[in-house]
Structure formats: C-alpha cells, structure tokens
Design a protein around this ligand. Structure first.
Ligand code: IDP
Ligand code: MG
Length: 149
C-alpha cells in the first residue's frame, strides 16, 4: 500500500477550501493516516522543496508555502501516488482538467492549492519529514473491503 504526502497550501487554506479538498481525497478512497494544521518554518520548507533549489521559482515557492498555515496529510491506498496526483490535476492550473482540484479552483502555477508526492520513494520520505511515526495512525476502515479489492 503506497503512502503520499498531501499539503493543502496557504492559498487553499485562506480561501476556505480545506474541507472541499479533504473531501475529494476522502471520497476517492484514500485512507487518512495522519493530519495536522501547521505553520511551516522556512527550514522545513527548504528541506521539503530541496529538489527545486536553484530553479528560478525556488525562492517564490518557499515564500509561498510559508506565507500562512497549511494542512499536511499522510494518505494511504492502492496506487496512492498516482491516484492523488490525478485528483490534484496538472501543476499548471490553467492546464489542469476540469474536475480536478487545480482545474476547478486555480488559475496559476504559483497558486496551485495542493502538493502531492510524485513517487513511491518520495511519498515515504515526505511523510517521514512531516510526521513522527507516533503521529501516524495505523487503522482499517469498515469500508476498506468495498474500496480495496
Ligand atoms: P507538483 O507540485 O505538481 O509536483 P513540481 O514541478 O514539483 O509540481 O513543482 C513544485 C511546485 O513549485 C508547484 O506545485 C508550484 O507551486 C511551483 N512551481 C513549479 N513550477 C513553477 C513555475 O514555473 N513557476 C512558479 N511556480 C512553479
Ligand atoms: Mg512535485
């Protein structure tokens, strides 16, 4: 079972879209195993986005992600990485399909509402960066057998 780290970014929080965004992942069938509301420090943001260091948008990206509180979630499920990313939509909101989070609520790449891990390995690493093992809840839902074959 894959794990992905989802971040509901500051623009989505400020716009009152936390519930809307959580609902989409929840309805998709992904199981929440960790969730918290935090103000990210610059240090944590720089570690999370280390892969983008040196790119032209890096500084503005870090400033964006620390510009207000965020919700971080660890989700688990079959093909969780790919499933979450298709629910999120393309990075550039104006190219994201209607029906996706970015396609329904965003216009610009620098205000794209949500982060999701992009590989199985990064899913593990990113969840570990934001959550202590003791903050993750191993549980099964009564509906799991209707969602996982
Ligand atoms: P992803 O969030 O869809 O995985 P990445 O390529 O990993 O996209 O980029 C990380 C984040 O950096 C994006 O979600 C977006 O907020 C920001 N970003 C990426 N490319 C650009 C750009 O060209 N201009 C401004 N911001 C960008
Ligand atoms: Mg990415």
């Amino acid at each position: 079972m894959e794990r992905t780290l989802i971040i509901i970014k500051p623009d989505a929080v400020q716009r009152g879209l936390i519930g809307e965004i959580i609902a989409r992942f929840e309805r998709r069938g992904l199981r929440i195993i960790g969730m918290k509301f935090i103000q990210m420090s610059r240090d944590l943001a720089e570690r999370h986005y280390a892969i983008h260091r040196g790119k032209p948008f890096y500084e503005s990206l870090v400033n964006y992600i620390i510009s207000g509180p965020v919700v971080v979630m660890a989700l688990e499920g079959t093909d969780a990485i790919q499933a979450a990313r298709t629910t999120m939509g393309a990075t550039k909101c104006s190219e994201a399909a209607a029906g996706t989070i970015r396609g329904d609520f965003g216009l610009e790449i620098g205000r794209n509402l949500v982060h999701g891990s992009d590989s199985v390995e990064n899913g593990q690493t990113e969840v570990a960066l934001f959550f202590e093992e003791s903050e993750l809840v191993g549980w099964s839902r009564d509906t799991d057998r209707w969602i996982f074959e």
